[in-house]
Design a protein around this ligand. Sequence first.
Ligand code: HEC
Length: 171
Amino acid sequence: MSKTKLLASAIALLGISAAAASGLTGDASPIFGVKIPEGYREWRLITVAHEAGKNNDIRAVLGNDIAIKAFRDGTRPFPDGTIIARLAYVYESSPQNDKVFPAPQSFVAGNPTNLQFSVKDSGKYADTGGWGYGQFENGMANPSEPLIKSCFACHVKLDASKDFVFSHYSP
Ligand code: HEC
């Protein structure tokens, strides 16, 4: 084995043990089996949001092509194959940016916190309004069943005409 290959395997092993140590294993969410969709980072922007309080994050909501078309056309319920991604980052002030402003005012995305997906499959996920859910940290599915059950338990509070999706399309 070449030195580069050895180094690559050592790094891969370290990655696995770090994930195991954090209690995160597997690449599919419990109950729904949602995995990180290929190419999601190339998806188009639906909107952005900021949560204060305990989460203190800033989030981008992206959609695959089916999601974007449904948002733009106002199609509800969302068609099967819709996937909405929610990428959250620490909301932090930027001393670098503030240096060029007369007063501190710049807030930016820091490190990623977690990644969530809502996946529409009306057959497979019939019990949860047609939606399957997943949450990921450092590329690994969060294995907590109570956490994954909380997704629909909260989204269902929205009236059904919105198809359990809070975000609005920002032009
Ligand atoms: C306590 C309520 C609550 C819980 C629990 C919750 N969400 Fe949400 N979710 C929201 C709200 C409100 C928004 C829109 C505003 C925001 O992002 O802060 C949202 C936005 C989203 C979005 C962007 C699309 C949309 O519906 O607006 C996704 C994707 C998402 N949530 C997935 C999940 C997943 C996956 C889980 C479980 C791991 C989850 N949510 C748990 C309330 C909740």
